[in-house]
Design a protein around this ligand. Sequence first.
Ligand code: ADP
Ligand code: MG
Length: 505
Amino acid sequence: MKVDIDMGAAPAGAKAMLDLEELLATRLLVQGNSGSGKSHLLRRLLEQSAQWVQQCVIDPEGDFVTLADKYGHVVVDGARTENELTRIAARIRQHRVSVVLDLEGLDVEQQMRCAAAFLGGLFDAERDYWYPMLVVVDEAQLFAPAVAGEVSDEARKLSLGAMTNLMCRGRKRGLAGVIATQRLAKLAKNVAAEASNFLMGRTFLDIDMARASDLLGMERRQAEQFRDLARGHFVALGPALSRRPLPVTIGAVETSARSSSPKLTPLPQQADDAHDLIFTPAPEERRPVVRRTPPPPQPTPTADILAQLSQAKAMAEAEAPAMTLFPEIDQAERNGLIDGVMQEMLGDPDAGFRTDAVLYQDFLVRCRIRRVPGEALSLPAFRRKLAVARAGIDGETAQSEPWQQALELSKSLPDDVQGVFFIVAQAAVTGNPCPSDATLARAYGTHSARRARRLLTYFEEQGLVVVRTDFAGNRVVAFPDLGCETLAGDPNGPDDGAQEQHAAE
Ligand SMILES: Nc1ncnc2c1ncn2[C@@H]1O[C@H](COP(=O)(O)OP(=O)(O)O)[C@@H](O)[C@H]1O
Ligand SMILES: [Mg+2]
């Protein structure tokens, strides 16, 4: 279905149209200095497309909450735990409700953590809910900063990772990133680079201009035109917009921004009595005014200062040897603790039905409770561990050379298919029959046997495995690099995991 959104006016009386379906596949980057009209542009896009596609707005300034009245967006107040936000995001995908995540009033670090948790929940939605969705992020440089700022490294990693996932890998999951930034040079390059459509507004700084012309494949000279653009005027380029740079004027919007730019109002007529107005107290103020000059602090006697200094030094010396009593983080111990947390979490019978993002949040909390030392595991690293843990490999096999090699091989695969790879590799390494389609399908989070078989074909195309069928119609998967293969297994057999569950009941 082709749906064209009317963004406003193009030259010669034409309309500036935006192909919505193409936008879903090719994403959009909006850039322009503060006041150039980016938020207005996003609002126009949201309003015009509201009836066609589900929307999520990550809104650092609480600008877009007014969409709720006319278009029925649900406003999600960001002041919640990260875990809660992740779960809400998962439900949003399930029920296909448009939302505004209002992050106004939170400090920058909290905004980053909340956006990361929320985007994570959207990204990790169950496969059945991968419906198309516009994910609009205003002031995207806050969430995907080009350089480390004042916020903690962990918050930055979480947020940047979520934005990278959105822009680089969201498409398959139905997520179409639409991001706006006032300073292109402040936005992480890999995040900006994934958009194929651009709307460039007024840009002052040379460094932003240079980035813009690089992204658009323009001569620097040509990009000079961005300097003179008026508010609400943008240059459009990209498969969903126009094949050549096209000047557009963004049209009107139905709802209003909650925050608007300051407006000049004429000063009141004031001539002679200004002096009186300022210096005559109003009747209700006529109380004696007490001057509150704080008393000057008592000077500290020099002897006391010297005493304090020597005390501090003595304490520092006393503490110094104690510090070294704490050993450097013991990697083995840390890994042991992490594995423990992992087992504990997967031991929860509900864990099988939770998305990776929800499990990840749960995992971070459990790590804090267990005081796991060192920096938190990143989401991709967590996913790998999870996939390995789910393959249920026993301790001895886990240490073996072929299994270590299997881990190494799997690194070339996308995160979401690693689980299936591990299950087949495990059967090969431990000399068990090749798992059935049903077992593989469950590991992949689908009911489709065809999808499971396609994954095996995919592994084969990657040169990781060779799949053959024996004369009885059973399947054998060989791992040439590991020097081992599975026993023959019936591809149409039952789901092993399901059997185990029955046995347990
Ligand atoms: N195309 C437009 N038509 C009318 N008013 C606009 C247009 N673009 C922006 N404005 C107004 O200009 C002001 C600044 O725009 P805004 O979208 O908030 O800028 P930015 O998000 O780039 O800082 C707002 O008050 C907005 O209503
Ligand atoms: Mg704005």
